[in-house]
Write a protein of this length. Structure first.
Length: 186
């Protein structure tokens, strides 16, 4: 819980600062890279949480590792490290991404289908979903494959789900047959 509040505060502070500089998009891409790095690399996460290294050494190592990053991001990470919050960098990056998407009206959509969908199919599904959203909303789509669905798709847009899979329809028909008492003709 404490990490969540810390991450949210730092992310909001960074977003407020970037609103004045106009470099939100650049820092957003860097935060995505930083989030991927912290979630994929256990050694990097251990380095960030290490109490053995002082903040000056951690800051120098971070600057060397993240050398191509913008000066805003490197300064921000140095501030976090100096204040003893380096173990929360991954969480801060995640919160920054959430805040950026909220401010720019970007929604995440996951389309799960039995087979890979074509770009036209994905576009048609997204257009139908956009009908229920504000006009200026952007949707980032991820297509996952689950052969167990047999056919159709499941669209998950934030906390809403639309299930148009054949597996679900077959299960509904099965429940209907199980609940009805049919008299067999012999």
């Amino acid at each position: 819980m404490a990490h969540y509040r810390v991450a949210k505060r730092y992310a909001k502070g960074m977003m407020d600062f970037l609103a004045q500089t106009g470099k939100e998009d650049v820092v957003m891409n860097e935060m995505k890279q930083l989030q991927e790095l912290t979630s994929a690399n256990r050694e990097f996460k251990t380095f960030l949480a290490s109490p053995v290294l002082d903040y000056k050494k951690k800051t120098q190592i971070l600057r060397n590792i993240l050398e191509p990053f913008s000066e805003e991001t490197k300064t921000f990470l140095a501030l976090i490290t100096r204040q003893g919050r380096s173990e929360a960098i991954g969480d801060i990056a995640s919160e920054f991404i959430k805040l950026y998407k909220k401010n720019h009206k970007i929604k995440n959509a996951v389309i799960t289908s039995a087979t890979p969908l074509s770009d036209d199919q994905i576009k048609a599904i997204v257009e139908k979903a956009k009908a229920s959203l504000p006009a200026d909303t952007k949707i980032e789509v991820e297509n996952k494959i689950n052969p167990a669905l047999i056919g159709g798709f499941i669209l998950r847009l934030d906390d809403q789900q639309f299930d148009a899979s054949i597996k679900t329809k077959l299960n509904q028909i099965k429940k209907e047959f199980d609940s009805k008492h049919y008299i067999p003709k012999i």
